[in-house]
Design a protein around this ligand. Structure first.
Ligand SMILES: [Zn+2]
Length: 304
């Protein structure tokens, strides 16, 4: 059974206060009190699990192609990131992923990525651990210096062979000659219709199978090896942060609530409340680039 969260109660308190006195100052005081309570819990935690999603990539300017305003040509991710779309039109899906790869290649880690990586390095010296469980398919957590990263939705910078199953890190730009200059996102851009033998192909000996992006498409199951590691982290963590995710894509949406169901504090950092906010102990609203660095900064009780 999930305990009713104090965050929901706090939200009511803050709404009640704002009705009595609409001055924003009072709202800020309420959220600062939450933050100082969170900071006290944070200072005692030994195993911290940080679940991150698209909002964290967005801090670095990486689009997610999930909304009407963020289409690639006339499609959103859900139309193209499926096994059916790839088998029907691998050229179009590769153009989409080629575009996304090229976009990510010149993005830099944001304040959120840096705060998480610095926190991991600092706490490690104190015998404490931080693990990042991310739905992001870019490489920005690792670029920021995070060491312990579980990528539950795969990676834009890896390919997987449709024939032999080989997974390979691949950061080439462009990934193959035929995709050079292709993948433009404009509404009226025509499909490049690249022949399938000119799309990225496996370089394993005698294979030459068609490669696909090593990302989890909609409707596919998560990698069981990664999921086993995630399960373990969810069982042992004594503090969980859910950062920049709308908590609507399963099973990742249940990771935070599952931690909460063990009675472990969970803090959500997001632009708005989510379907899972009610399960969580804390909710910090606003850009996670502002809220998270404050939350993870060195605590006064940390040994030097
Ligand atoms: Zn192969």
């Amino acid at each position: 059974l999930l305990l009713p969260s104090t965050a929901a109660i706090r939200l009511l308190v803050s709404l009640a206060i704002s009705k009595l006195n609409p001055a924003p100052l009072l709202q800020v005081e309420v959220s600062q009190q939450n933050m100082s309570e969170f900071r006290s819990v944070f200072s005692k935690a030994k195993h911290i699990a940080i679940i991150t999603g698209a909002g964290v990539s967005a801090e670095s300017g990486v689009p997610t192609f999930r909304g009407e305003h963020e289409k690639w040509r006339k499609w959103v991710s859900q139309d193209l990131a499926t096994p059916e779309a790839f088998s029907r039109n691998p050229s179009r899906v590769w153009e989409f992923y080629h575009y996304r790869r090229e976009l990510v290649l010149d993005k830099k880690p944001s304040a959120v990525h840096v705060a998480i990586a610095e926190c991991e390095a600092r706490l490690k010296k104190q015998g404490r651990t931080v693990v990042v469980i991310t739905q992001c398919i870019d490489d920005l957590h690792r670029q920021a210096g995070s060491k312990h990263v579980l990528k539950v939705h795969g990676s834009l910078m890896e390919t997987r062979c449709m024939s032999c199953g080989q997974v390979t890190v691949n950061k080439r730009s462009p990934i193959c000659a035929a995709l050079k200059g292709k993948g433009a996102p404009g509404l009226n851009v025509a499909d490049a219709q690249i022949p399938v033998d000119k799309l990225p192909r496996c370089e394993e000996r005698d294979c030459h199978g068609l490669l696909r992006p090593n990302v989890v498409f909609f409707g596919e199951t998560l990698d069981s090896h990664i999921l086993t590691k995630v399960e373990k982290e969810i069982e042992i963590c004594d503090l969980c942060l859910v950062v920049g995710t709308s908590s609507i894509v399963y099973p990742a949406a249940m990771f935070g609530p599952r931690v909460a169901s063990r009675g472990v504090p969970v803090a959500e950092f997001n632009m708005s409340t989510t379907p899972k906010t009610e399960y969580f102990t804390y909710h910090f609203q606003g850009p996670c680039g502002t809220t998270l660095p404050l939350a993870l900064a060195q605590h006064e009780s940390e040994a030097f």
